[in-house]
Design a protein around this ligand. Structure first.
Ligand code: PEP
Length: 243
């Protein structure tokens, strides 16, 4: 099982230190060796977090990167820099980036190429809005969002998918369990059919995951882990989610 935390623009060094000591002492000894914990932090904290996570199974990730390789792009952070400080993961395509920064497939294509060149593992987020959910176009939208990954350039990209219905993010709403399982199956088979990949891609569920609902979500056959926003900022809640 993969437990990925997306802190968005929250947290500080104190919270990171607190979270890390809780995970080290109260989570890692009790979870299976094959479980993975990935903390996706604001970029400014990545280098420090990587040092603090040395010799632990906790992995560190960024939440976005520039679509440019390098150069005169004041304030931007490149995929190579994220990798240079020892961070292994990168979230791309989060719905907040799609919504507030108008991220689309051509832009994400550039970011994916740079992530791949930097050797980063990508958590690629997809998800429909409530309107799309209601009008029955969710699958179409998901395929459109996934289609950037169908490009042969990404045959060797190390990526997993996070299915995050936009209407479930931060709202306390969660799709029916059966729907989550079916959509995850749909995502896996779409990628399998449209690319030359030999193995099934892993798919995380994200959107209002909490200590209360996580057990049922994790029990679904097509769920390989969870991407947690709000609840990942509370060490007690995140601990309960991982256990
Ligand atoms: C997210 O935004 O990636 C997310 C899953 O948020 P939340 O858990 O707060 O719904």
């Amino acid at each position: 099982m993969i437990y990925a935390a997306n802190w968005k623009m929250n947290g500080n060094t104190r919270l990171i230190n607190h979270m890390l000591s809780e995970i080290k002492l109260e989570v890692i000894p009790y979870i299976s060796k094959s479980s993975e914990i990935i903390l996706c932090l604001p970029s400014i904290f990545l280098g420090g977090a990587v040092i603090s996570c040395k010799n632990t199974p906790i992995q560190v990730g960024a939440q976005d990167c520039s679509s440019h390789k390098d150069g005169a792009y004041t304030g931007e952070i490149s995929a190579a820099m994220i990798s240079d400080v020892g961070s292994e993961w990168l979230i791309l395509g989060h719905s907040e980036r799609r919504q507030y920064h108008k991220e689309n497939n051509p832009l994400l294509y550039e970011k994916l190429l740079l992530a791949q060149a930097a050797g980063l593992k990508v958590i690629f987020c997809v998800g429909e809005t409530y309107e799309q959910y209601l009008n029955g176009t969710a699958k179409e939208i998901l395929v459109e969002q996934l289609s950037v990954l169908f490009d042969p350039s990404f045959i060797n990209l190390n990526f997993i998918i996070a299915y995050e219905p936009v209407w479930a993010i931060g709202t306390g709403l969660v799709p029916e369990l059966e729907d989550i399982n079916l959509i995850h199956q749909f995502i896996k088979s779409s990628i399998f059919e449209k690319t030359e990949r030999k193995s099934n891609v892993l798919v995380l569920y994200g959107g209002s995951v909490s200590p209360e609902n996580v057990k049922q979500i994790k029990s679904l056959s097509n769920v390989d882990g969870v991407l947690v926003g709000g609840a990942s900022l509370d060490p007690e809640k995140f601990k309960q989610i991982c256990l």
